[in-house]
Design a protein around this ligand. Sequence first.
Ligand code: 5AD
Length: 481
Amino acid sequence: MPSVYIKTYGCQMNERDSEAVAAQLVAKGYTLAPSEAQADVILLNTCSVRDFAEQKALNKMVNLAAETRRTRPDVVLGFMGCMAQSRGQELIDRLPDVDLVLGTQKFHRAADYLDALLAGRREKIVDVAAEPGSEATIREHLLYGNAAKNGDGHRPPLPVTAFVSIMQGCNQYCTFCIVPYTRGEERSRGIPDLVAECRQLVSQGVKEITLLGQIVTSYGKREGSSREAKAEGREPENFLPSTLDPRPSTSKSPFVQLLDAVHEIEGLERIRFTSPHPKGYGDDLIEAYARLPKLVESAHLPVQSGSDRVLKLMHRGYTRARYVGIIDKLRRARPEIGISTDIIVGFPGETEDDFEQTLSLAREVEFDQAYIFKYSQRRDTPAAEMPGQVPQKIREERNQRLLEVINEIGRRRYDAFVGRRTQILVEGPSKKNPARMTGRTRCNKIVVFDGSERHRGQLMDVKITRAGSFTLYGDPAIVNL
Ligand code: 5AD
């Protein structure tokens, strides 16, 4: 049977999509190649959020094509995901060695298309059409990977954490962002379907589930308050089936209803989600943090800028004061909460004064971690045409200045853990040093400690002995030895 290698660029949604495609191919008899050098099919799952990510994948494909066409001309080469969606046929026009271009609503077609290409029934395939219902096709998990399939008697240990795709698409249309064009309109899966997937994962040993979507807090909004329902004067449908919650639930957003339903699953220890949008942090969600013990003390809440003027230009839909108000409420509900964020520097028209407001916001909120992005012009987005594009040199300089502030705050917040005891969920060997194990605190900090495979999947108390750069080091607390 053919073997496949998938290389993933970009976000956790992409990681999840790649996993679902891999699982689909394994189910059809494909094997997973340990490296691209041994694969019959090589797929690049791409990211379009910044130009840099696109260039990386394009360069990779140029190199792959040069190598494989010389020595292994039958290897099938494909692009999938966001750049495949936004560039389509253009990718094959530019790189004629590419055989397959698979858009973001077509992942479930991968096996059929690859079969056709490998059998020589078709020469090139580009499919970037919209497909209703495709949001519910990202459901297969690759818990055992290849070994389960090969039955070679050596099963790798089950993963402790899993990602579940609850929705696709985005309707926010931030002026800098290409995602609404690559991922399409918001479409959500139903609660019973999602609960069944989560239950299945938990029955296979998963302890922590991360609910994934481009804007998870918009989950079910379009379905729940559909235009037709309004036009017909009906109450929008409750997204939760009555079997799960007999009480009418009008005050809870569909996302909080989903959290409630997943929380019920016995054996599940922790729930995370990413990414929310600040506008979706209503009191029902804050209250969920106070009410649901499995919902961990962690929020990745992209702020993008500390300047109201820039937030408006970005079309973010909140002010700095509203954002800070949400953080205050979250910290009141869960004082230990870890807050991370995304920030863009050098958005068109960003002045030194605007940027200083971002610096002051970082100091005011004291993020545990922040991902800083230099603004990158994306095709067809309004910001790409805005006046006042900021020179690259200034973007870099602001990136550096903000990084220093973020690192200094991070260091302080991580140092504060030294000497404390905290609960971690052990995920597996450390990537940097496989002789050690890593776990994660509820507030989403990585802890490295001397442990062994028998700790995998355990919730254990560790004493933090040292803090490194966005990493903690710990000793298992005596009680657990
Ligand atoms: N330029 C730079 N960063 C961007 N992001 C999204 N679009 C752009 C862009 N055009 C960042 C945002 C988002 C993160 C995933 O990527 O900060 O939250």
